[in-house]
Design a protein around this ligand. Structure first.
Ligand code: FA5
Length: 350
């Protein structure tokens, strides 16, 4: 019996050496197998218990359990050391250099290296943000998953208003919807900001739409709104003209028509002469020579009232720019579906 207890105690030293030299988690697992696994050293010792009396077996069993406890403590301590060492070197071993151009992308375009770049819609969005912030506008944001109140109700679309049909959308099972326009942010801005205010709100919008060369189900708009004590149609049109002249770097041909939106009065459609076909007619302008890009108007008194503002004191002007279509005019893009197709051949042109 004394021999067996001695053998168990001798395992301590061997175990300490083996655990100490384990360089990683796999090696440590192997050491565990070697000492306390089914075929491990401790099991080999315990196989000899048969020849002992019950009392002796108890004493050897106790020694074996004590060894196991000491062994587990050794393993836990080593695991901790290995984890700490791994974290200490992680920054070097798992460093990823995001600026490295993979070999398969190098040498595109007559040998010049090709790497990712900003999407044409984002680029025009930034350009517009610069123009508007230089005129004192703040950039604000709102959720893409909205409620009926912010998308329709507060914008003067009554429950059964036919104008709702022009902006059908996707609904969630909780009664929320994917916003159909960025006009939702007019309401959110009025809820948290005090007039006078000037805001723009660029963002993604969604519609249950028959997709064609100028209609997408997911596209981008940029809302703009001014609320002040005196705002006129003249101010609004001047703003629209400044916007387009700055974006195109020259005056562009536009036409103004009356337009109906429940949240403005009066409302306008501001169309641009189609720059894809130079007004001759193509699928983008539906062969009319004109493209709807910039509906706008004076904020309806009901919208101001529902935001707790007195329409006799405050007036507003707002617009809802169709960003995809503006970018199409900028670059002569003949189909709106290119933007989200993920085609490198298209994107590389910008
Ligand atoms: C609106 O969405 C209004 N919220 C705009 C507005 C804001 C009016 C403030 C007055 C005051 P409309 O549904 O016309 O309006 O869309 C605005 C612009 O988004 C259009 O002129 C067009 O350029 C673009 N647009 C509309 N539907 C699509 C579509 N399916 N795909 C791509 N662009 C679209």
């Amino acid at each position: 019996m004394a021999d067996l207890i001695g053998e168990i105690q001798a395992l301590d030293q061997k175990a300490a050496a083996a655990v100490g030299s384990a360089a990683n988690a796999e090696a440590l697992q192997q050491v565990t197998q070697d000492f306390v696994g089914k075929k491990g050293a401790l099991t080999q010792v315990m196989k000899q218990l048969g020849s002992l009396s019950a009392e002796e077996r108890g004493a050897v069993g106790k020694a074996a359990n004590e060894f196991k406890l000491r062994f587990e403590a050794l393993i836990t301590e080593k695991e901790q050391q290995l984890t700490e060492a791994r974290y200490a070197t992680l920054a070097e071993t798992e460093f990823v250099d995001m600026s490295v151009v993979p070999a398969e992308f190098a040498a595109v375009k007559s040998g010049a290296a090709f790497s990712g770049h900003i999407h044409p819609i984002s680029r025009t969005q930034k350009q517009l943000e610069d123009i508007f912030t230089s005129m004192g506008f703040s950039i604000v944001d709102g959720p893409q998953v909205e409620d009926d109140y912010h998308n329709f109700g507060a914008l003067n679309f009554t429950d059964d208003h036919p104008a709702r049909d022009m902006q059908d959308t996707f609904y969630t099972t909780t009664g929320h919807l994917l916003r159909t326009h960025t006009s939702t942010v007019q309401i959110r801005a009025l809820e948290r900001m005090k007039p006078p205010l000037r805001i723009i709100a660029p963002g993604r919008v969604f519609r249950y739409e028959e997709v064609d060369a100028s209609h997408e189900h997911t596209f981008y708009q940029m809302e703009g709104m001014i609320v002040d004590r005196k705002v006129s149609v003249g101010n609004l049109l001047h703003l629209m003209q400044t916007l387009l002249t700055e974006v195109f770097g020259r005056e562009v041909d536009v036409r103004l028509r009356p337009g109906y939106f429940p949240f403005v009065e009066p409302g306008f459609e501001l169309d641009m002469k189609c720059l894809v076909c130079d007004g001759k007619g193509c699928p983008v302008c539906k062969h009319s020579g004109w493209v709807e890009v910039l509906p706008c108007g004076l904020v309806h008194p009901n919208v101001l009232k529902s935001a707790g503002l007195d329409p006799n004191e405050w007036q507003g002007a707002a617009f809802g720019l169709g960003l995809n279509r503006l970018v199409m005019m900028q670059h002569g893009i003949e189909d709106i579906r290119h933007f989200m197709a993920g085609k490198l051949d298209f994107l590389k042109q910008f």
